[in-house]
Design a protein around this ligand. Structure first.
Ligand code: ADP
Ligand code: MG
Length: 750
């Protein structure tokens, strides 16, 4: 407990000290964090949901359909809605009218600037702000915002990764207004900005961002789904779009700790840290009462998100101490992706306001659970509703079974791609650890649905209708249960009643990649199914059932091996998966090369989602990110080991040695066990740091796959050796000398 009151509540690194010499130690930061927790008071006036009901706040800062309807001439509004809801071409003539209405609305709400927001391949959000004001030549200024300013921007794109698509001398990149994602106002204490979601492309029209392929893949999915629906007699043409509901897990720790850990604030995860005496073994955090300061943060963050039209639904404590989850209601894929990005920004900003750091890394702390972003995925349209809803008539059963089988086929066929789109240096620490899905992609269907598909598999042709069983003719299938079986937490890809939940996605990743992959592989599967059925039926509806039965049987026989309902963590599954020929790509270095797989390349090209050049650029960028991330971590490991941990260890060693020498002088025997242990650990620390330093001095090559393998095989193990010595030292060195906040402090002081 603090002897003197410490009042620092913000960046505590170096600002408080409990030791002579001014060095900031773990314990001084601990005091600051304790003060921040115990002295926590809401800074502004409390939020008041009585005077301003939550319902009135929702979408208050969005240029929503309602606002458009109110402010736009009817034909313009109608035309825009056609584009947004039915995917119709955007009428270029309406730009000026929309821009003017948008500007008036934004300025009335206090906006001074507008910004095109885009989503470069870094996985982050980028924005370029421009003032509405232009000098009028008479010494004053007028607010201006034209259709062309709304529709197109030209940020200097040269500093964003393009993976060789565009050299810096041809840096031209364009941002293009995405009408399907509404503009919104981003508030800051000192001003408001009108934000316009955009796609980011090169001057040759190649996608330099994450949004463009999401939009393209949505189009591909719609096209193929329409063909399938037509076979079932549904020809209303209502746009089929994929839906996504991402559940975001994250950690919160006091900012005093965060800034006292160079590994956390630079790399997002701790590179050192002995396991705390108490971890998550009591399961006492999951769904537990939310600490006051954390709840205050959640309420404010959710209010901000609500104003932005992001429909937050759920919040709760997660499994690890200091871990939480937030989930919105699902939306169409493109909108959900934009909202997800915005949500991460808002959460991080609001957390800082409450003196906490928001950690989105997949594995900020080893030994306790990591964070994922479960992406719930389905497809549907305004008139059909959810196409993965089993429904309760035989007819919709048949349709459901076909859509579901198409997903099964797609996931089996493109396991490599699905694994590659969740591959990152951060997610490697999570996937395959005994808390997150294994690196093997498989589908959990639940017992009942599996049973139905098993019977279809053995069902053969429609001629062999056996009374009373499910084995044949889809017409005789009974209504399927809505909740098709139990839950399974170990599966990377689980059917959860009316959608699939892709659980392998990392907490820090954009959901764009996973959605692009899902949309495209399912589009391909639907294409395959539609083609087969069109041929077999020759347009005759009466032949559909027979053809369908045959197709479903074939799909299940060829692709059913992707279904696994058991324990994904078990050793047996790894063996079994290998027998089934399923991929087990343990690291990003193993998985990313699948982006250059010939079948994957042909797939993305065929459905106009990514050209071979665009795909190659992504392969290059993601590999480079993997390599750079590990290199940064390695340099940090070396730096922290050398300049923080080693000095602390030798100081303690010195203290022990002089105690020993002094005691000897007065004739007392000193047990040197601890001194010996410290001495030997200091030696290991020195040796392992030296080995890592040597690796860091190595000359790299231009072959990124080779560099990635080097990082995986050499650099990461060398870092772990340094960590092993350091973590053991942490358990012996005097607490007041230890330079880094400990796991115990970071996870439990809140
Ligand atoms: P759990 O933690 O039990 O998996 P949550 O309630 O935390 O469930 O999250 C479920 C998510 O799935 C929510 O974001 C929800 O909106 C989303 N979801 C529900 N139906 C669909 C659907 N048809 N398509 C996509 N996502 C959906
Ligand atoms: Mg959940």
């Amino acid at each position: 407990m603090p002897k003197t009151a410490v009042t620092t509540t913000t960046n505590g690194a170096g600002s408080t000290s409990s030791r002579p010499g001014g060095a900031s130690t773990g314990s001084s930061v601990r005091m600051a964090a304790i003060a921040a927790v115990t002295n926590y008071r809401a800074s502004g006036p409390p939020m008041n949901f009585i005077d301003t009901p939550a319902k009135d706040l929702f979408s208050a800062n969005v240029f929503s359909k309602a606002v458009m309807k109110e402010r736009l001439p009817k034909p313009v509004y109608k035309s825009l809605i056609q584009t947004i809801e039915a995917g119709a071409h955007l009428d270029p003539d309406i730009g000026d009218i929309v821009a003017s209405a948008m500007k008036d609305w934004a300025i009335e709400k206090g906006a001074t600037h507008y910004a095109h927001v885009f989503y470069p391949l870094t996985g982050l959000t980028a924005e370029k702000h421009d003032s509405f004001l232009v000098p009028d030549g008479q010494g004053s200024a007028v607010a201006e915002f034209s259709g062309s300013q709304l529709s197109q921007g030209e940020p200097d794109g040269s500093s964003f990764p393009s993976g060789g698509i565009r050299a810096t001398f041809e840096a031209r990149g364009y941002t293009i207004w995405d009408v399907t994602s509404p503009a919104y106002l981003l508030e800051n204490a000192n001003g408001t900005t009108l934000c316009i979601p955009t796609a980011f492309v090169s001057w040759t029209g190649e996608a330099l961002d994450k949004k463009t392929p999401v939009l393209r893949s949505t189009q591909a999915l719609n096209k193929q789904a329409q063909r399938v629906l037509k076979l079932f007699g549904d020809t209303d043409g209502a746009m089929v779009s994929s839906t996504a509901g991402p559940e975001q897990e994250y950690f919160l720790i006091d900012r005093n700790f965060y800034f006292a850990r160079p590994d956390l604030f630079t790399a997002g995860r701790t590179l050192f840290g002995a396991p705390p005496p108490k971890g998550q073994e009591f399961d006492d955090h999951y769904f537990g009462a939310i600490p006051d300061r954390v709840l205050a943060f959640m309420l404010e963050a959710e209010r901000e998100l609500s104003k932005l039209g992001i429909p937050i639904k759920t919040r709760h404590n997660e499994v690890a101490p200091g871990q939480y989850e937030i989930a919105p209601t699902f939306e169409s894929a493109n909108l959900a992706t934009d909202h997800q990005q915005l949500m991460m920004t808002v959460l991080s900003k609001v957390a800082a306001k409450y003196g906490m750091a928001w950690l989105s890394h997949e594995k900020p702390f080893s030994g306790v659970n990591g964070s994922g972003k479960h992406v719930n995925w389905s497809m549907g349209s305004a008139t059909h509703g959810n196409l993965l809803d089993p429904g309760d008539t035989p007819h919709s059963n048949a349709q459901f079974l076909l859509f579901c089988a198409a997903v099964i086929r797609a996931v089996h066929k493109y396991q490599g791609l699905l694994r590659a789109v969740v591959a990152s240096a951060g997610n490697d620490h999570r996937l395959g650890a005994n808390e997150a899905p294994p690196a093997i992609i498989s589908i959990f269907l639940g017992d009942q649905l599996t049973d139905v598909f098993e019977q279809i598999k053995g069902g053969g042709a429609s001629s062999s209708i056996a009374k009373g069983t499910l084995s044949v003719g889809v017409d005789v299938l009974p209504p399927l249960p809505k909740d098709a079986g139990d839950r399974n937490r170990t599966s990377p890809f689980a059917f959860t009643g009316n959608r699939f939940e892709f659980r392998a996605v990392g907490s820090n990743q954009s959901i764009a990649g996973p959605l692009v992959a899902m949309n495209t592989i399912v589009a391909e599967s639907l294409d395959y199914c539609a083609t087969r059925l069109e041929k077999a039926t020759g347009g005759k509806a009466s032949k559909l059932n027979e053809a369908l039965q045959e197709l479903l049987t074939e799909i299940m026989n060829e692709h059913g091996s992707i279904i696994f309902n058991g324990d994904g963590y078990s050793e047996e599954w790894h063996k079994e998966a290998e027998k089934r020929g399923l991929l087990n790509l343990k690291t990003a270095a193993d998985a990313l090369p699948y982006l250059q797989d010939k079948e994957v390349e042909a797939l993305l090209d065929k459905y106009n989602v990514l050209s071979p050049r665009e795909l190659a650029s992504r392969h290059e960028i993601y590999l480079e990110q993997y390599v750079k991330t590990i290199e940064v971590e390695a340099r940090l490991t070396r730096e922290i080991a050398q300049t923080m941990i080693f000095p602390a260890a030798v100081r303690y060693q010195n203290e022990l040695a002089s105690t020993c020498a002094n005691l000897k002088l007065v004739g007392i025997e000193f047990d040197t066990k601890t001194l010996d242990q410290v001495t030997s650990l200091v030696k290991s620390l020195q040796d392992s740091t030296a080995a890592l330093t040597k690796l860091l001095a190595r000359e790299g090559s231009h072959d990124l796959e080779k560099e990635a393998n080097h990082c995986r095989d050499k650099v990461l193990p060398a870092m772990l050796k340094v960590r092993a010595a350091a973590d053991q030292l942490e358990d012996v060195v005097a607490d007041d000398m230890w330079p880094l906040p400990t796991y115990q402090e970071m996870l439990f002081i809140k």
